[in-house]
Ligand binder design. Structure first.
Ligand code: UD1
Ligand code: CA
Length: 473
């Protein structure tokens, strides 16, 4: 793009139909807020400046935008007097603009950067005062209709409320996204009035002005009308979420990822997958999750902000802020909480919960255990039913277990405690003190047997009979 580009994103409206305490544009789709998607699409154009017009719940919307894109200028529209007024407020927050101004809304999460680029390129090569992005839809109700002259030229945009019955039958609709010549727009917003069915300042009137002034108004028709759809309520939000998910899955499948069941697989927009990853049914990948080549995830797993190494296997797991090493094995039924780092070829097995646990290369926690606030060295085996007792009711404490340790079943490590390399702990040991390298810790006393206890204390029971049947003692 040669010309200077300014983008105005309108996000001051209320979004009452969401029936939510969360502002409409902050509702997430595919793991990203709706306005986050729009800002990403806008970023692809590398505009000179972006201004977001905020109003309703701006105390939430403004900081969210600044968080995502600190360079975006915020303009406050105190009262939502209409889209024309909103654009005037946006321009008012900037020094005089030249070149092209792109206007978009904050609630169209499927909008693609490539579409915006094509709109701007079409506009700039045409020399028109305005080019509106339009779409052909089956159900045009609620949208402004594109009225074309017999020649096919765009003549005006008529809002639903102001349209005649004949105009309401038009299926080409206004997306609300436009490329304007900056000079024309700056002048047009001062001339827009509010004498219409809603009493609002309609930005759409600028199109009629360009026609009347013979400055040129045209339309760029989007191929996929889903791109211009906004989510006004939760039904539309879910529908757009489904479309976005399909788009994301299709992209990954084309990039070499096997997705066995796209209908039960949900992948957020910011997830990264390598070729030859396999996703089994019932998987949700959220946030900044990344999966390396050859890894298999699923069935039925939820991963958030998790890094999965090359060739690893994750089966029926729930993970959050975890790192799973190359060739490691997780699941089934494992819960990896924040700070879990499983080394290469390690294992976190069935009914194991981990938190803030660094488990070294080749080390295994195979069954029924809790590992919290711990570091385990390499090639160590933690027996079934082991608990890292990290909490004394007031503070959390750390446990360190060395490399090549063999730890028996049903051991409790009472933190803080350190177990040296090559040490061992016997089954049922409560490890309350440090164990030196190579040492064996035992805390269970010698076994005591009371002979004939069943016959003496439970005479006449099946238990006593069974003992008798077993023969003389
Ligand atoms: C608008 C268009 C309509 C188009 C439709 C596409 C006008 C007059 N009509 O109608 O032709 O088909 O979008 O969705 O422009 N906003 C503000 N400040 C305001 C008013 C609106 O920031 O004072 C923002 C809203 O937050 C929203 C967007 O502008 O993101 C559109 O506003 P909305 O009231 O929903 O316009 P529509 O009636 O849908
Ligand atoms: Ca709308």
């Amino acid at each position: 793009m040669t010309s200077e580009l300014t983008v105005v994103v309108l996000a001051a409206g209320g979004g009452t139909r969401m029936k939510s305490r969360t502002p409409k544009v902050l509702h997430p789709v595919g793991g990203r807020s709706m306005i986050g998607h729009v800002l990403r699409a806008v970023e692809e154009l590398a505009p000179q400046r972006v201004v977001a017009v905020v109003g309703h719940q701006r105390e939430l919307v403004g900081p969210h935008i600044t968080d995502l894109a600190p360079e975006v200028v915020l303009a406050v529209q105190e009262e939502q007097l209409g889209t024309g007024h909103a654009v005037a407020v946006g321009l008012g927050a900037l020094p005089q603009v030249t070149g092209t101004v792109l206007v978009a809304y904050g609630d169209t999460p499927l909008l693609r950067g490539a579409t915006l680029s094509a709109l701007v390129a079409d506009h700039e090569s045409s020399g028109r005062a305005v080019t509106v992005l339009t779409g052909q839809v089956d159900a045009p109700t609620g949208y402004g209709r594109i009225v074309r002259a017999v020649t096919g030229e765009v003549a005006a945009i008529v809002e639903e409320k102001d349209a005649t019955d004949e105009q309401r039958r038009i299926t080409e609709v206004n997306s609300g996204i436009y490329a304007f010549s900056a000079a024309f727009l700056a002048d047009a917003v001062t001339r827009i009035g509010n004498t219409n069915a809603s009493g609002e300042f309609y930005l759409t009137d600028a199109v009629g002005m360009a026609v009347a002034d013979a400055l040129g108004a045209g339309a760029y028709v989007v191929e996929d009308a889903a791109e211009i759809e906004g989510a006004n309520d939760r039904v539309q939000l879910a529908a757009l979420g489904r479309v976005l998910n399909d788009r994301i899955l299709t992209g990954w499948m084309r990039a070499g990822v096997t997705v066995i069941d796209p209908l039960t697989t949900w992948i957020d927009a910011d997830v990264e997958l390598a070729p030859d990853v396999t996703i089994l049914p019932g998987v949700q990948l959220h946030g900044a999750t990344s999966i390396a080549t050859g890894a298999t995830v699923g069935p039925d797993s939820t991963l958030r902000d998790t890094e999965v190494g090359e060739g690893a296997t994750v089966v029926r797991a729930h993970t959050n802020l975890a790192v799973i090493g190359a060739g490691a094995d997780v699941g089934p039924f494992s819960y990896l909480r924040p700070g879990t780092v499983l080394g290469a070829h390690g294992k976190i097995g069935g009914f194991v919960e981990t938190k803030n646990a660094v488990i070294g290369e080749g080390s295994k926690v195979p069954h029924l255990s809790y590992v919290g606030d711990a570091e385990i060295g390499e090639s160590t085996n933690i027996g079934a039913g082991t608990i890292f007792a990290n909490y004394d009711g007031v503070n959390k404490h750390h446990t360190s277990v060395g490399s090549h340790v063999t730890s028996g079943s049903n051991v409790t490590f009472v933190a803080p405690v350190t177990v040296g390399d090559g040490a061992a702990t016997g089954a049922g040991t409560v490890v309350r003190g440090d164990v030196p390298p190579g040492g064996l810790a035992l805390s269970a006393g010698p076994q005591r047997v009371v002979e004939g206890w069943a016959q003496a204390k439970r005479p006449g029971t099946a238990q006593a009979d069974a003992a008798d049947q077993a023969g003389p003692r």
